[in-house]
Design a binder for this molecule. Structure first.
Ligand code: ADP
Ligand code: MG
Ligand code: MG
Length: 209
């Protein structure tokens, strides 16, 4: 099964809706180990993305994800704006000017997005960041597709892996971002970025089912 441009757009819209719904939770998580703005940051950015897509539907995967990335870079501040922005800009470049992506092409695009996050933020596994949910999700997607599972089922495996990675951030001591300023006191709290990235992967599993 391939993901059509309508399904890819639906992914972005579902992510925006999930961020809006979980805005207070994301902000509460960020108030424990950051500056209490992750929910408001991302909600502002994704609300602007939805407005841009309402004004002008995008004709290709590259155009869609470039619009998302550029909008996030210009509307979301802090760490997560450039990180999510880079993620979507790399997904755009890897996707190309196409109107559908098959499973391997979608997985390749997500892998490129993950590599963009790493290039920008230098996070490694266990640093207690969005990487800790995104990397296992991309690995699980590759593994499921390699097993011959269809894209929707593979994305459900990816969403499960993201949620496990998110939960596993709780005991970690942060080594990147604002939470790292707290040192050992960052342990015992779930990372906000790993939480929002899980919403992103769950939205993909729903939209591309
Ligand atoms: P800020 O910390 O600037 O207020 P946000 O609150 O919007 O930005 O985002 C915080 C999230 O950003 C963290 O929970 C973490 O997941 C993610 N993050 C911070 N620094 C990095 C990094 N270097 N690499 C990957 N993710 C990071
Ligand atoms: Mg913050
Ligand atoms: Mg901030």
């Amino acid at each position: 099964m391939s993901a059509s441009i309508d399904q890819l757009t639906d992914w972005v819209r579902r992510f925006a809706a999930a961020v809006h719904e979980h805005r207070d939770e994301l902000t509460r998580l960020d108030s424990a180990i950051g500056d209490a703005d992750h929910g408001s940051n991302l909600d502002r950015g994704m609300t602007a993305v939805v407005a841009a897509l309402d004004a002008e539907p995008q004709p290709s995967a590259a155009a869609l994800f470039k619009k998302v990335g550029m909008t996030l870079v210009s509307t979301v501040g802090g760490a997560s704006g450039p990180l999510y922005g880079t993620f979507f800009l790399r997904v755009a470049t890897a996707s190309g000017e196409v109107t559908e992506l098959d499973g391997p092409a979608f997985a390749k695009a997500l892998r490129a997005g993950l590599e963009g996050v790493v290039a920008r933020g230098k996070a490694e596994a266990g640093d207690k960041t969005m990487f800790d949910a995104l990397a296992p999700a991309v690995d699980a997607l590759d593994a499921a597709l390699a097993d011959g599972d269809p894209l929707g089922e593979s994305l459900r495996a990816a969403a499960t892996a993201a949620a496990s990675g998110r939960d596993a951030t709780i005991p970690l001591v942060a080594r990147k971002g604002r939470a790292s300023y707290l040192g050992e006191r960052s342990a015992g709290h779930q990372d906000p970025g790993a939480t929002s990235v899980t919403l992103l992967v769950v939205a993909a599993a729903e939209a591309l089912a």
